[in-house]
Design a protein around this ligand. Structure first.
Ligand SMILES: [Zn+2]
Length: 154
């Protein structure tokens, strides 16, 4: 268990609590592949007609109105950083992640732990299962799950 509590004077603090794993050293490329596999219909950059002239041309600029004939629409997965990728990986799972002091944790938050308990489930098992399913660490065991918490000035 990792715990760091700062003394509170008159500045406000934020805290986090995650039952999960530390994901430092996760490879961005691997994550990118994972996200692409999970969201095959997103991250398609398509060329769409940008000008409305009824001219068939393979030029970049329309000879009639002078604007770009084609426009690229959509988000390329290459534009996302590792945190945005993580966020996508967490979508549709009870997982969330937190960056703290240069470390990144992913797992169940308080709400996730609470709802696991209410369902009579072992929260560590739920966290491990979700992390496995998300593809972040396919070989994870319930015993790999730890509790991480911290507080910091915000
Ligand atoms: Zn045009």
């Amino acid at each position: 268990m990792k715990k760091r509590i700062g003394f509170v004077s008159n500045s406000s603090t934020s805290s986090f609590c995650i039952l999960g794993i530390e994901v430092n050293g996760i490879e961005e490329e691997k994550m990118r592949k994972m996200v692409q596999e999970k969201h095959p219909d997103e991250f398609k950059v398509e060329k769409v007609r940008a000008c409305e002239c009824d001219i068939d041309t393979d030029q970049n600029f329309c000879p009639n109105c002078g604007t770009h004939v084609w426009e690229e629409v959509g988000d390329s997965i290459e534009d996302l950083d590792v945190y945005e990728l993580l966020e996508l990986v967490c979508q549709k799972t009870p997982l969330y992640f937190h960056n703290y002091d240069g470390d990144t944790y992913i797992g169940l938050g308080e709400g996730g732990v609470d709802s696991a308990i209410k369902q009579g489930k072992n929260p560590a098992e739920v966290a491990a299962e979700a992390i496995k399913e998300a593809g972040i660490r396919p070989d994870i065991e319930t015993t790999d799950i730890r509790l991480y918490s911290g507080a910091y000035y915000s």
